[in-house]
Design a protein around this ligand. Structure first.
Ligand code: UTP
Length: 284
């Protein structure tokens, strides 16, 4: 099965970054020279995902403007490892921010009866693995005949309450199956330290479960809760762990945004060396 469609939810209000994101999308904040969401699209192109639906909402028009074809060649020669693949963009508005699960539910007409990927618009997977993470997810999804396949990362025990946490069936070294998933558990109740890492692949059956998912944590329709329902009905959900050389850079909070921005800017091919000297100077 060849998967070419990806859904990028980018309609969230970004309240943790107020006032910076009061009237502009957090997904347009730059990481080095490019806005975050452009880096997400480049990551998707590496995996052959070129039909891109961005879920937008209030104050998100800058995203559509950024990807206007008339605006020049964003994904042109030498820009990214896209092998000449150019993205085709679609946009759909989520009128009320009812959660990530609700955002994904807005992709139903776009994906139709095809399997599809989901990549959060406020995070990239940085670094090197045996192959790009999304390629590994797609490969695992197809070879295992999974209903859903999820990227996961090890997090510190005190960080579990910020993530969806999975319950593995067995060994978690390579691709592994899970038997449950819990949204933002407390440290004491966390069944593992393996957190959902912002990248997924789904069979269209996910929509049946999203339709039946009640508002959960924070009063929002959680994607994690729909996956939990899938597992409850015996569907197969697999996980692919981030490789040791990979990490998630996200811009959900000012701390992680600053970390992500420095990581990208300090290795800028033109300015990186100079900026590293500058930072050393400041620290001295
Ligand atoms: P977050 O929960 O981290 O983003 O969602 P948020 O709601 O914008 O952030 P805060 O908590 O108010 O600061 C992760 C991704 O899912 C999208 C967001 O845009 C972000 O890229 N999202 C979230 C939606 O598209 N719709 C929603 O209803 C919620």
């Amino acid at each position: 099965m060849s998967i070419t469609k990806v859904v990028i939810p980018a309609a969230g209000l970004g309240t943790r970054l107020f006032p910076a994101t009061k009237s502009q999308p957090k997904e347009m904040l730059p990481l080095g020279r490019k806005p975050m969401i452009q880096l997400v699209v480049e990551e998707m192109l590496q995996a052959g995902l070129w039909k891109v639906l961005v879920i937008t909402g209030q104050k998100k028009r800058a995203i559509e403007d950024h990807f206007d074809a008339a605006d020049g060649d964003l994904f042109g020669e030498g820009e990214s490892a896209t092998d000449g693949l150019l993205p085709q963009f679609y946009f759909r508005r989520q009128a009320a921010q009812r959660g990530l699960g609700d955002a994904v539910n807005h992709a139903k007409e776009f994906t139709g009866s095809e399997p599809f990927a989901v990549a959060l618009g406020d995070c990239i997977i940085d670094g090197d693995g045996p192959a790009p993470l999304m390629c590994r997810l797609l490969e695992a999804h197809c070879s295992k005949g999974a209903a859903a396949t999820i990227a996961v990362q090890q997090v510190a025990p005190e960080a579990v309450s910020s993530y969806g946490i999975v319950v593995p069936e067995g060994d978690t070294e390579a691709t592994f199956r899970i038997r449950d998933i819990v949204e933002k558990p407390s440290m004491a109740q966390a069944p593992s330290h393996l957190a959902v890492a912002a990248r997924y692949v789904f069979q269209p059956e996910i929509y049946d479960f999203l339709g039946r998912t009640e508002p959960g944590h924070g009063g929002e329709i959680q994607l994690t809760d729909a996956i939990k329902l899938m597992l409850g009905e015996g569907l197969r959900v697999w996980c692919v762990p981030l490789a040791p050389g990979e990490r998630r850079l996200d811009i959900g909070s000012f701390k992680t945004y600053a970390q992500a921005f420095f990581s990208m800017m300090l290795r800028d091919p033109e300015l990186g060396a100079e900026l590293r000297d500058y930072v050393h100077g400041l620290l001295d």
